[in-house]
Design a protein around this ligand. Structure first.
Ligand code: GDP
Ligand code: MN
Length: 418
């Protein structure tokens, strides 16, 4: 029985006969893993989890990308674990490095160093900036990925907790879905102080009619609210919902006061446009103020993505990326590929084309999503090692462990063990 939610329905609640499912034809799809040689152990661990819970039946190929050559050992070990074909690609220098590294090396390294001084997460690491830019603007053009209709992004050190007994690519295709996620979290404000402003400026410059999915990112947590309302309805505690949302998301209040100032928003997006022709670009922009205005900082956590490649190969997306690139934000700020992918969906896709894989149990680093029908769900929720993705310290989460998750699930997994 499919469970209806405010967001969208799962493709299956529970398990299918996976051997029957495996008889169907495959999509033109692969796993895509950007990684370093040094991350081999984490890669093997992710692969084993994926093979055990999904790919042992479906045998999709694995594509590995790197800015350096993969070692023989890396290739050998990875081949041992895969049940599908394996391909290895090197990223051309021109795609990995940013133009500013050559044209303006001093500005480039100063900008990055300065972000380290300001304590911005990963801000001082040029490689991290390159990685975010690559996943924002170029992964879909790599010759191994170019041939695909669909990709499933995988990172080292992730766990899948439930059996996935249907083909998500085919199922998405059948339901008109183009982008799928399993965790939605809030971005750190200081990594993207001007991203939303530029995004808005882009949409104005191009007279984009914003689709309904824009509200996922631009209004007062419509999306999170939708998920939570469903949850509280299910457990009969809707009352608690609003008070907790208020307590836990002070930003909501900040946004309300800023919203009253729409004229200012326009003024700022105009400034963003004019700063593009200014050589010092974002450097002249004050960074101590809240420049995201209506951006709620929500985004799909992009280390897990199942999506069509043509979202990013469209002319509009390429234009959007180029606009962002011109601003210098990939090095003057530390824009992540996750908020960029998400805001692009807000610009170009309808909400009905986005799928919430609430049935996919998933962990990366200390964040995880677990369907509520997993036998160990409660214990897991109480573990101090795991947070729910809203930037709480481990200690803080431990003392608040009995509070419901921001992204609760109503229990749709198959044989979960999280
Ligand atoms: P986090 O998940 O945000 O902490 O970031 P990660 O360090 O996991 O990086 C995200 C992805 O990009 C992972 O799959 C990494 O293996 C990959 N990655 C990050 N930096 C580099 C790099 O310099 N070279 C290569 N080849 N891969 C990288
Ligand atoms: Mn990672």
């Amino acid at each position: 029985r499919p469970i209806k939610s405010h967001v969208d329905s799962v493709f299956e609640s529970g398990c299918r006969d996976v051997l029957e499912e495996a008889k169907k034809t495959r999509a033109n799809a692969a796993f895509v893993v950007l990684t370093r040689n040094s991350e081999l152990q984490g890669v093997l661990s992710s692969m084993k989890s994926m093979e055990r819970h999904f790919n042992q039946w479906f045998n999709y190929p694995w594509i590995f990308l790197n800015d350096e050559r993969f070692t023989l050992q890396f290739k050998k070990e990875v081949r041992k674990v895969s049940s599908g074909k394996v391909k290895f690609g090197v990223i051309p220098n021109l795609r990995w490095h940013m133009p500013a590294e050559k044209s303006d090396p001093i500005e480039f390294s100063e900008a990055i160093e300065e972000q380290g001084d300001r304590g911005i997460m990963y801000g001082s690491m040029p490689a991290y900036h390159r990685m975010c830019r690559f996943y924002s603007g170029y992964f879909f053009d790599h010759n191994l990925v170019q041939k695909l209709d669909w990709y499933w992004r995988v990172e080292p050190d992730v766990d899948f907790y439930c059996d996935i007994t249907y083909d998500p690519f085919r199922e998405m295709e059948a339901h008109g879905k183009k982008y799928g996620f399993t965790v939605m979290i809030k971005e750190l404000l200081n990594t993207v102080p001007n991203l939303f402003r530029y995004t808005l400026a882009y949409s104005k410059k191009n007279n984009i009619t914003l689709p309904d999915s824009w509200s996922l990112f631009a209004k007062d947590f419509d999306f999170v609210r939708g998920v939570n309302e469903q949850y509280y309805r299910d457990i009969g505690k809707k009352e608690q919902f609003w008070s907790r949302l208020q307590q836990r998301i002070p930003l909501l209040r900040a946004q309300q006061s800023l919203k009253e100032n729409k004229d200012e928003l326009d003024e700022y997006s105009l400034k963003a446009l004019s700063s593009l022709s200014n050589p010092s670009r974002l450097r002249n922009v004050p960074r101590d103020r809240f420049d995201n205005f209506e951006y709620n900082l929500c985004h799909f956590w992009s280390n897990f993505e199942i999506a069509r490649t043509d979202i990013f190969r469209s002319k509009e997306y390429r234009d959007y990326f180029e606009f962002l690139e011109q601003s210098g934000g990939f090095y003057v700020e530390r824009w992540g590929d996750a908020p960029i992918h998400s805001l692009a969906l807000g610009l170009f896709l309808n909400q009905s084309e986005i799928h919430y894989f609430r049935d996919v149990g998933y962990r990366h680093s200390t964040l995880r999503h677990c369907p509520l029908n997993s036998p160990h769900q409660l214990e897991y929720q109480r573990s101090p090692r795991y947070t729910n993705g809203y930037g709480k310290s481990e200690e803080e989460y431990w003392t608040n462990y009995d509070k419901p998750l921001e992204d609760p699930d109503i229990g749709t997994g198959c044989r979960c063990s999280c």
